[in-house]
Ligand binder design. Sequence first.
Ligand code: GDD
Ligand code: MN
Length: 370
Amino acid sequence: MLISNMLTLIALILAGIHFGVPLTYYWYAKKKWLKKPWNIKTDENYKPRVTIIVPTYNEAKFIQTKLDNLYAQDYPKDLIEVIVVDSASDDGTTELVTEWKTKHRDTNLRLIREEERKGKAVALNHALKHTRGKIVIIADVDATWPNNAISEIVKWFADPAVGAVSCLKKPVGSKTIEKNYRQYYNTLRIAESKAHSTPIFHGELAAFRKELLEKIGGFPTDIGADDSHTATRIALMGYRTIVPEGIVCFEYIPRKGYHMWRIRRAQHLLQHFTKVIKENKRTLKTFKMILRVEIYLHLINPWLLVVTIALLLASALQGSLTALALLLLGLVLLLCRPFRTWIATQLYLAVASLRNPISRELIWEKHTKS
Ligand code: GDD
Ligand code: MN
């Protein structure tokens, strides 16, 4: 009896930490940072040349829509260069790009074909060598930008303190779990950006000052989250890497294989944060705090939940009614959407850390999107 009570008590303490830390961080970020001014001098008239890199692997379904989306941007056409870098697609993607180009001769579009698929980051580095813009923007195919996205992004770069800018994400599709997850994370991204910088970027729209990309040697090819890690390295150099409120991208969510898709993306984020620990550098106090919390939230916190559940199960098996009641309470709470979203996200992260030693998913399966 004594042992089962002890197990229940430890489980309760771990659960307290597991839910307490992210809630406290969220509360703190909202209260202290979200209302802060940006302290960045934007300029709507700042119009440098930009290069948009569109990486493609078997994107026949969406590539022309994406090119139309770029064509509809309100930024001056003569200042936009588009580079599509394709890694051996076999679904006709490159033919569709060529066809689109013949119909839009006023677009400065270049197609680079790689003979062999070596992953997104390798392709981005390949394209980077050919860019002429001052700002380089990564544009995943399976996402839509608002028509003023480039203008909205570029105005932040008028301030030399800004090194990189990304978007907020809104999911398109039926998975409500994804919508809840995004709401919580979008708020954190803006708050962290206002405090200094956010270490989580989105490949659906990730803009970088080209000279900084060159300084850090391009995109990392040994981890999956090329977007977040590149931004973090730039922030560690002292530049602001931000996600402002105004730019929302719509991302298509896969209909099939949703859980594997979430696990793979979690794997990439874990690779990113593990690499950040190794690259431990001196940096500003606020960004250091943000990094520490995010590293904790991704690498450690999910395991507290797993251990809590295991301890409660062990305790319940030993006859503890309290443990049984707590487990049942957890099950009932799963009916509540935000709680369910949270638990799912934690489990994706836990499974992801188990999968990383087996397969790092640097070249990943193409998911069918709705
Ligand atoms: N050239 C090239 N080569 N492009 C690729 C390759 C490749 O091997 N693999 C994927 N892409 C392209 C896709 O065609 C798409 O335009 C973009 O890269 C993103 O691929 P998705 O398959 O849509 O990835 P995701 O949305 O699930 O992954 C997200 O998270 C990753 C980190 O976990 C995105 O934000 C990625 O940008 C990010 O790296
Ligand atoms: Mn995608």
